[in-house]
Design a protein around this ligand. Structure first.
Ligand code: PLP
Length: 387
């Protein structure tokens, strides 16, 4: 039986993988507290530590440097702070530099004061302007602390891949550290903290087919860490107190294991499909604008605009046709807001844009349904124009 709906919003949340579901349910049924010393507690602890090893391995990091959190937003708020420790000594960051296309979890600046956050631009393709970043870092006044820079690896709306390793060189040459939001890149392209030369990575479980409500802050080294955001019982080596969400973490580990096995093959297959889909969309509406089309992009993402097609009406029209897609980042209120990413790219943020994002279990029928929905939608637009 064919699925009556096509789920094309994987960048908002990827469907739960069977292996993640199995691990989640199994660990949710375990009775121990992972901090308890008895056998029941140790069994849950073993699940968390196994997930930690898998997540670390998938990112080229050491498992001791993974701090599990409730998700990427918490990890961002944990690391984006002026107050760090280098071993036992305090270490201060005076200013945070974020690109104009960061996800709100980062763009809001975490624990930095509003006036201590500067934004550096992106070009019309949505790729960070490193010359501007360099100029800003060269002008940075170190008396109040070192510079901290955030640059995401892949943008959640356009999918555009950012020049992270190049940015790292500039940041380090200017005595700063680089925090990389790798939420959308994780599972969709090879990822290695050493190769990226990043100081911290932020990842989230539900974008790779794990449960919602788990994520991690990944540090490259052991000694430099932000002061804890959540204090209490000292779990996660004192970096994040509170009893761990063991079931979600186990599911996260299972998803990371599954994803690592055939990442390259999957990426290639997704790109082939994305290119075929875009050809069809363009054949239906030659005036379509596919954002970041001419730069390296995630293989699963198409973010497009069409004159006269508003985000909100487009989203609803696709939904009625049985296609779940979104207007960009998933807003907590469910409202379609103006895209700060489009604005950052120098485009009119009121310009309607829709995002199709899919993944490994997307079928040909899902793609077909999406194309047909677009065909009907544009044909209705043409008829309305003709009246
Ligand atoms: N960063 C990016 C690029 C995202 O796409 C998202 C989720 O939409 C987040 C951060 C926040 O992740 P979480 O839902 O785990 O807090």
């Amino acid at each position: 039986m064919t699925n009556p709906r096509a789920y094309m919003d994987w960048n908002a949340t990827a469907p739960l993988l069977p292996a993640a579901h199995e691990a989640f349910v199994r660990v949710a049924d375990m009775e121990g507290n992972p901090s308890s010393v008895h056998r029941e507690g140790r069994a849950v602890r073993a699940e968390i530590e196994s997930a930690r090893r898998v997540v670390a391995d998938a990112l080229g990091a050491k498992s001791a440097n993974i701090t599990f959190t409730s998700g990427a937003t918490e990890a961002a708020n944990m690391v984006l702070t002026p107050d760090f420790r280098m071993g036992r000594s305090p270490l201060a960051f005076g200013r945070l530099y974020v690109s104009g296309i960061e996800h709100k979890a980062v763009f809001e600046g975490g624990r930095f004061g509003e006036t201590d956050v500067s934004v550096y631009s992106v070009d019309h393709n949505g790729v960070a302007d490193l010359a501007m970043l360099q100029a800003m870092l060269e002008a940075h006044d170190k008396t109040a602390g070192l510079p901290m820079v955030a640059l995401m690896l892949a943008n959640n709306e356009t999918g555009a891949i950012q020049p992270v390793a190049e940015a790292a060189k500039i940041v380090h040459a200017n005595g700063g550290i680089l925090v990389v939001d790798a939420v959308q890149a994780f599972g969709r392209m090879p990822l290695d903290i050493e190769a990226l030369d990043a100081d911290f990575l932020i990842v989230s479980s539900h974008k790779i087919g794990g449960p919602k409500g788990a994520g991690a802050l990944v540090a490259r080294g052991e000694t430099m860490m932000p002061t804890a955001l959540i204090r209490g019982g000292g779990q996660e080596r004192g970096h994040r107190s509170g009893t761990e969400n063991a079931a979600a973490i186990a599911g996260f580990g299972a998803a990371a294991r599954d994803m690592k096995d055939c990442l390259d093959e999957r990426g290639l297959a997704l790109a082939v499909r994305r290119d075929a889909l875009e050809l069809e969309l363009r054949a239906i509406a030659p005036a379509i604008v596919i954002h970041a089309e001419n730069v390296e992009r995630l293989p699963n993402t198409t973010f497009f605009s069409l004159q006269g097609l508003k985000s909100e009406t487009g989203q609803i029209a696709f939904d009625i046709e049985g296609v779940a897609l979104s207007a960009g980042s998933a807003c907590s209120s469910g409202k379609v807001g103006e895209s700060h990413v489009l604005k950052g790219m120098g485009l009119d943020p009121r310009m309607g844009a829709l995002r199709i994002s899919f993944g490994s279990t997307t079928t040909e029928a899902d793609i077909e349904r999406t194309i047909e929905a677009f065909r009907r939608l544009t044909s209705r637009m043409r008829k309305a124009d003709a009246v």
